[in-house]
Design a binder for this molecule. Structure first.
Ligand SMILES: *Cc1c(COP(=O)(O)O)cnc(C)c1O
Length: 391
């Protein structure tokens, strides 16, 4: 069991509001804040290079911390500045020939989708959507039926940005691998709230962010590439830290995932992300997942009882994102009214998950994403405030 009082004491931002936006940008705990600010202060005293040098072991050790979190090896991890940067450089490393097929799911994230459409325009790849099952999760039988030897890549979203859905990643990855396709997992909304073990999920590549469920700083992201799959990829967006410039006309690419990492980075933010990952590991991912599920379930069932409120979460298995609409109150108005009452929620709009939202006839939903530091009292306050929304 997590110690709620201690966690809340460590989270100044959760005391004067009901904070339900860990799927957007969560509240960093004290140790993360201290790490970031402390390092910025040190940079101001001695300069960024020396300050980073003093923390070289911790920065280097970050690969092992992330590897612990992701169920992979330290040399399979690279740090980036956002989940999208991670996803883009992984996508760019997949060799795609004209006529190759890329499969996405109905909950593909907007950034990924437009990047794929853009790439397809240039190199003649086709992008096709795997239908969902009756509950709204990715249909593994439908995926199997679409797979053939022309499918180069299957893009999976573990938890979409706009609903509580948790997709059946392990089963989907297994199907993709049976057909010889690579699997890229967008784990942006799952790392930090659910166990995400690459070994168990069987994915080749993964992307994630620091600021959401991990409670790290903004401007941080990470990726991981399994060693067994690395030889099938061709990282193109490299620099002289990912590859050694040996002579004027030759270079030697690193053999590990750091080929995907650039030389320059915000050391304070990187250290903050590592501190956030360590914080989550110290609490225990299983304990975190249980606490998040408890808050989300309480919120979902409370909302479901309010006349005029429709919970919009799809799928059978649910995580910490709770989405809903209220009849007669557009989602942006509902979110604004809740914010006025000290309840931080966001709006998820069709532009970030077009295929899924169009299929369900939705333009916007209110998104509430309670982390483990949210109390039952907070949840009940939020339910009461939604019930009080006036059309
Ligand atoms: C937020 C989000 C992203 C993008 O993360 P950034 O860190 O903003 O690049 C990608 N996928 C999903 C499912 C997301 O919710």
């Amino acid at each position: 069991m997590l110690d709620l009082d201690a966690l809340r004491a460590d989270t100044p931002g959760c005391r004067d509001q009901v904070f339900l936006d860990s799927a957007g940008s969560s509240l960093p705990p004290g140790p993360v804040l201290e790490e970031v600010i402390g390092h910025l202060r040190r940079e101001a005293r001695v300069g960024g290079y020396r300050a980073a040098g003093e923390r070289a072991d911790d920065i280097e050790g970050g690969h092992a911390v992330l590897a612990d979190l992701l169920g992979c090896a330290p040399d399979e991890v690279a740090f980036t500045d956002s989940a999208t940067r991670s996803w883009l450089s992984l996508l760019d490393s997949v060799p795609l020939a004209p006529g190759d097929r890329v499969l996405i799911s109905e909950v593909e994230y907007g950034a990924n989708a437009v990047a794929l459409l853009r790439l397809a325009e240039r190199n003649g790849t086709t992008v096709e959507t795997v239908p969902s099952d009756g509950d709204g999760a990715l249909s593994v039988p439908a995926l199997r039926a679409m797979l053939d030897e022309r499918v180069a890549l299957v893009s999976l979203v573990h938890v979409p940005t706009n609903s509580g859905l948790v997709n059946p990643v392990r089963e989907a990855a297994e199907a993709a691998h049976d057909a010889g396709a690579l699997v890229l997992l967008d784990a942006c909304q799952s790392v930090g709230q659910l166990p995400v073990r690459m070994e168990e999920l069987g994915v080749d590549m993964l992307s994630g962010t620091g600021r959401k469920w991990l409670r790290g700083p903004r401007g941080t992201g990470f990726l991981a590439v399994r060693r067994a799959s690395a030889h099938r990829l061709w990282p193109r967006l490299i620099d002289h830290s990912g590859a050694e410039w040996e002579s004027a006309g030759t270079y030697r690419l690193r053999g590990d995932a750091r080929a995907y990492q650039l030389w320059e980075f915000g050391a304070a933010e990187r250290l903050g992300l590592i501190a956030a990952a360590r914080y989550a590991l110290d609490l225990g991912i299983a304990e975190i997942a249980a606490a998040v599920a408890d808050r989300a379930a309480r919120l979902r069932s409370g909302l479901a009882e309010i006349p005029g409120v429709a919970v919009r979460d799809i799928g059978r298995e649910h995580g910490g994102i709770v989405t809903f609409t209220r009849a007669g109150v557009p989602a942006p108005d509902a979110a604004a009214a809740l914010r006025e009452r000290g309840i931080a929620v966001t709006v998820s709009s069709a532009a970030t998950t077009r295929i899924d939202m169009a299929r369900r006839g939705l333009e916007t939903v209110v998104r509430a994403s309670p982390h483990y530091f949210v109390s039952h009292t907070d949840i009940d306050t939020a339910i009461g405030a939604v019930a009080a929304l006036k059309p």
